[in-house]
Design a protein around this ligand. Structure first.
Ligand code: MG
Length: 383
């Protein structure tokens, strides 16, 4: 099996609602989809959501990085077994860096999109599941968290009520505004004492603000605080982590194994938020999760706002296959998107539940007619 064609699609899938946090507000996905076709006629799909305020990548830069640095290696090799394909997929970044030593340190979104497409294609061709990367399943289902965006009082209450009715047991709240205290108070009173509430500040605070806020939030039973200070402020993260008893989670500060090593060396956090799109896909994220486990850090599987069924499927396999994960985000599907892109419905169910995905590759069948109306730009490369 050899890859003979690659299409890179810049896509804006519309949301049902606007999602806000301290760093951004968006109402469509702004994603990159990768479609690979083999000489045998099999097709594989990958996805990432480049965010310049996270990895420094944009849609344009991802297209360029995949086309110029990743794709030549993908197009020139022929694979005769699934195992060979996995071996190749695991080393895509190394190959790309050898081809282009000038690549920036953070290219997670580029690697993620091409890796997922390649794994999906190889899996579909050899009739094997991407889940096999992780060995034995570590849990029988995933329990996803709800996420409440930075919004008006009425919208926050409405969302909290919906989550209560949907029996979600873990909820993350976007904070960093003036009315955080009131907001957490309403939410806690809406959802009751047994729901696990955590917050994400998306780098909204300085160190002293962060410490003050976190102390105040304790009364609402907040179980962790994500990215309290700026991504590059590791000394600040270290100071906050040392000053409070509530666990601190890093997100924007963690995009690569290099970042993870620095954070651990400085003891600048308690949890990693691993998101496939920013961290470089399944293999790089698995490496981060293993690194966390070996260094007594907790882990959450996070997601980007606006992931379609392609990344939801990849996340599902990761969530079911990786040991030691504490929280799960993703599979929002049509809770957020006007329409998702696969025949299978990956949207989490009542209680936040997501089940294993049978089927080869990523386990989803992409319906192109649902993507086509939202393509902003299409780039094709023939092998
Ligand atoms: Mg975050």
């Amino acid at each position: 099996m050899r890859v003979v064609r690659c299409e890179l699609l810049e896509v804006d899938i519309p949301f049902k609602l606007t999602f806000k946090h301290s760093l951004h507000e968006r109402s469509e996905s702004n994603s990159i989809l990768v479609k690979l076709t083999s000489d045998t006629g099999d097709v594989g799909w990958g996805e990432s959501l480049p965010r310049d305020y996270v990895t420094g990548e944009t849609g344009e830069s991802v297209v360029e990085t995949i086309r110029d640095s990743f794709l030549p290696g993908v197009l020139e090799v022929s694979h005769s077994t699934w195992e060979e394909s996995l071996e190749h997929a695991a080393h895509l970044e190394k190959e790309a860096r050898a081809r282009n030593p000038e690549l920036p340190e953070r290219i997670g979104a580029s690697r993620c999109a091409i890796e997922l497409a390649f794994l999906d294609l190889a899996g579909k061709h050899f009739r094997r599941s991407v889940a096999e990367i992780f060995g034995q399943r570590k849990r029988e289902w995933v329990e996803y968290s709800g996420v409440i965006s930075s919004d008006s009082r009425w919208k926050v209450i409405k969302t909290a009520l919906k989550m209560r009715l949907g029996a979600l047991r873990q909820i993350k709240v976007k904070v960093g505004g003036k009315d955080d205290r009131e907001k957490l108070q309403w939410i806690r009173s809406m959802v009751g004492p047994s729901v696990d509430l955590r917050v994400d500040a998306n780098a909204a605070w300085n160190v002293s603000d962060a410490i003050g806020k976190i102390q105040v939030f304790k009364q609402f039973g907040v179980s962790s605080v994500e990215q309290p200070v700026a991504a590059g402020d590791l000394a600040g993260l270290q100071a906050v982590t040392a000053a409070v008893t509530t666990p601190i989670m890093v997100d924007e500060s963690l995009c690569s194994l290099g970042d993870a090593k620095k954070l651990v060396a400085m003891d600048a956090c308690d949890y990693f938020n691993i998101r496939l799109s920013k961290c470089g896909g399944l293999f790089a994220s698995l490496e981060l999760a293993e690194f966390a486990r070996n260094h007594d850090k907790g882990c959450q599987l996070g997601c980007q706002v606006g992931e379609t069924a392609i990344l939801s499927a990849a996340g599902r396999h990761f969530a079911l296959g990786v040991a030691g994960l504490k929280y799960f985000e993703g599979s929002f599907g049509t809770h957020l998107l006007e329409q998702d892109v696969a025949r299978e419905n990956l949207t989490f169910r009542r209680g936040g539940i997501g089940r294993p995905l049978p089927g080869p590759g990523l386990g989803v069948n992409v319906l192109e007619e649902r993507i086509d109306p939202h393509v902003r730009k299409r780039h094709a490369v023939e092998g």
